[in-house]
Design a binder for this molecule. Structure first.
Ligand code: SF4
Ligand code: ZN
Length: 321
């Protein structure tokens, strides 16, 4: 099959657009979508200057998504003195998994000359995910703990680096799954929060003074295309899956979404365009009357309770059985 834009051999066919693209046109189209998203979400602040640049912290796990995000952000902003990139990796304490992906992070940031910081659950909270999965005092999936710890570290370190923005590698599949999960759970306030936390254009979000704003510039690119980009660009991505991955509901949604997309190409895109419009309305409707945040009595993190969720989990994990 030939590329629709030139005479080279096509390396991919996107059923949702009908396009066949060669390696060159495909990688350019991924980069174009990411840059358009950065523009449309208004991520580059007007007042950033070479003397006072904006600091963007990238959550870099070493998986294909965050590796592709880091590479494209570097290619886009390396020559732009208004933006300073910092990569932040988290060591969860998962034997045989995280060490290898951290090697990928090291290799990438060294080759791009990006500042790279690594923080660990062990040092920060005194826990390792392998032990958490074993002890499981709250009787939850490992990812439920891990997500709380990760969010805490990302926002705390984004704060510590005086970051203007926290960027993560969520792709189109991730976001469409989250959207569908929020629909199915019937949680409109969650949808409003999603808009204000990471989905809406920066200047349309309700001000969140309790955390650094987040952004997901890869969210227009399907997962398979992110993987193909990493492969074609020969990026040092780590592909093994975490041994504790078992988010039951998301797994079901994932399978449902793949089936829908196969039978009705374009489903993920249409879910997201409808969801974004609804999320904007929901954020607007909830805007004023949102919960107010105080500080956690233990760690000072923003929380609506006396003790934040992370501190409650660490405490439960410390208790003797
Ligand atoms: Fe943590 Fe779950 Fe991701 Fe493993 S799959 S790193 S346990 S969130
Ligand atoms: Zn706390």
């Amino acid at each position: 099959m030939q590329c629709d834009k030139c005479s080279a051999e096509a390396v991919m066919h996107a059923a949702y657009s009908g396009l066949h693209l060669c390696a060159d046109h495909f990688t350019r189209s991924v980069e174009k979508r990411v840059r358009r998203r950065i523009r449309e979400d208004g991520l580059v602040p007007d007042d950033a200057t070479p003397e006072d640049p904006a600091t963007w912290v990238i959550g870099l796990s070493g998986g294909k998504d965050s590796v592709v995000l880091t590479q494209i952000l570097h290619d886009t902003f390396a020559m732009d003195p208004r933006i300073e990139l910092v990569a932040l990796s988290i060591h969860e304490g998962i034997e045989g998994y995280r060490d290898k992906s951290l090697d990928a992070c090291e290799a990438l940031t060294a080759s791009l000359d990006i500042r790279h910081e690594t923080v660990s659950y062990a040092e920060e909270f005194g826990v390792r995910m392998d032990d958490v999965a074993e002890d499981d005092p709250e009787n939850m999936a490992p990812c439920a703990y891990c997500g709380v710890f990760r969010r805490d570290l990302l926002s705390r370190y984004a704060e510590a680096f005086d970051a203007d923005l926290m960027l993560t590698g969520h792709n189109l599949d991730d976001e469409a799954e989250t959207a569908l999960m929020n629909f199915l759970e019937g949680d409109v306030e969650q949808i409003a929060k999603h808009f204000d936390a990471s989905l809406g254009p920066l200047d349309e979000r309700t001000e969140q003074d309790h955390h650094v704003p987040r952004a997901k510039p890869l969210r227009d690119v399907p997962e398979k295309e992110v993987a193909l980009y990493a492969q074609l660009e020969d990026l040092p991505a780590h592909i093994t899956e975490c041994p504790h991955a078992e988010e039951a509901f998301r797994g079901e949604i994932q399978r449902l979404m793949l089936d829908l997309e196969e039978d009705h190409p374009g489903t993920r895109h249409s879910i997201m365009s409808g969801y974004e419009e609804l999320a904007a309305l929901a954020a607007d409707a909830y805007g004023g009357g949102r919960q107010s945040y105080g500080e956690c009595e233990r760690c000072g993190a923003p929380t609506a309770r006396d003790i934040c969720r992370k501190c409650a989990l660490v405490e439960a994990l410390e208790e003797p059985e």
